[in-house]
Design a protein around this ligand. Structure first.
Ligand SMILES: [Fe+2]
Ligand SMILES: [Fe+2]
Length: 337
């Protein structure tokens, strides 16, 4: 693999990675999807399955749509793991260095998210799993472009942003599940959000370490990624037959408050503060980028307000989703707060 100055800085952070590897529990200590699902080898499974299905029957269609979209996005993990190999440069697939060990540990943790949501939705009886599987395959075939352009600083900015975005969205979905009377699903969302929180910590600390060593390069990377816009990982889920699918899913998520432009703005503000962008000593283009970044939270917050107003004005489409087996439940909007 070719080495670049940015790659050398990132590879030089091995000791810090080594220290943070302790945030990944071993596979025997970690939670597993089975901890949150009926055990079909146990005599209790009929009761546990009945409870799961009774809860799932209370979920409004729009919440189910968000869950399927989230599950599909998690299931496209192979694409993200492939993209992140540019960051860790695991040339053998079993390299013993701290970065490759991080990526393998991260991948193994993330792999449980799609497994758990997929199994839950299958058991719920509310989802047309074949349609959902077609979407997963479309997303994997369509690929994933983080617009990082193969640069490791950009990849650290991207992952820092996205882990926080997924944490917020799983947490919000869990809160809505609780409100809809599905505490089992709420627990599932919370345990996944807990993983995303640890992953967020890792990537944000590593990007912070990059900024300490190379403030000019780090500030330029952060500004460049925001200028190109942080792409959502599920963007290509509709494939050529339904290129609009992601946009419609994102609109439902925005309307429910699961992930909205306000979250995007809050993440930008969080990163500007966490990475102490205003305090970095930089010059030239990087100083201009720093100035732009320091004003970014305010700009994005204003934009989010405008988007919320226009989203509220859009008529609720009541569209039929191929993902849902029996589209009949009321919208979440009709539930008591
Ligand atoms: Fe995840
Ligand atoms: Fe994640």
């Amino acid at each position: 693999m070719t080495r670049t100055p940015h790659g050398d800085v990132v590879q030089g952070l091995g000791q810090e990675v080594e220290r943070l590897l302790r945030i990944l529990p071993s596979p025997t200590e970690a939670w597993q999807p089975s901890d949150y699902l009926p055990d079909f080898a146990s005599e209790t499974w009929p009761t546990r399955l009945a409870t799961l299905r009774a809860e799932a029957a209370r979920l409004p269609d729009d919440l189910l749509v968000v869950l399927v979209g989230d599950m599909v996005t998690e299931e496209a993990l192979p694409s993200y793991a492939m993209a992140l190999n540019q960051l860790v440069q695991d040339e053998q697939g079993t390299s013993p260095g701290p970065w490759p060990r991080w990526l393998r540990g991260w991948t193994a943790e993330e792999n449980r998210h799609g497994d758990l949501l997929n199994t839950y939705l299958r058991l719920s009886g509310r989802v047309d799993m074949r349609a959902a599987e077609v979407t997963i395959q479309q997303l994997l075939v369509g690929g994933f472009d983080s617009s990082s352009q193969g640069d490791p600083y950009n990849l650290l900015v991207y992952t820092s942003f996205q882990e926080r975005a997924t944490r917020l969205s799983h947490r919000a979905t869990g809160a809505l599940a609780e409100r809809a009377g599905a505490p089992g699903l709420a627990r599932i969302c919370r345990v996944i959000a807990g993983d995303e929180a640890r992953h967020e910590t890792f990537y944000q600390r590593m990007m912070g370490a990059v900024l300490d060593q190379d403030p000019d390069g780090g500030v330029l990377a952060f500004a460049g990624m925001l200028e190109r816009q942080i792409a959502m990982p599920g963007f290509t889920m509709g494939g050529p037959d339904d290129p609009d699918l992601f946009r419609r899913f994102a609109l439902v998520a925005q309307r429910l408050g699961v992930y909205s432009a306000a979250d995007y703005a809050s993440i930008v503000a969080h990163l500007v503060k966490t990475w102490r962008i205003a305090d970095r000593v930089v010059a030239g283009d990087a100083a201009r980028a720093q100035h732009w970044l320091c004003r970014a939270p305010e700009r994005y917050a204003r934009l989010a307000e405008r988007m919320a107003v226009s989203a509220a004005r859009q008529p609720q489409s009541g569209e039929a989703w191929a993902w849902l087996s029996r589209p009949s439940s009321p919208s979440l909007m009709s539930l008591p707060a």
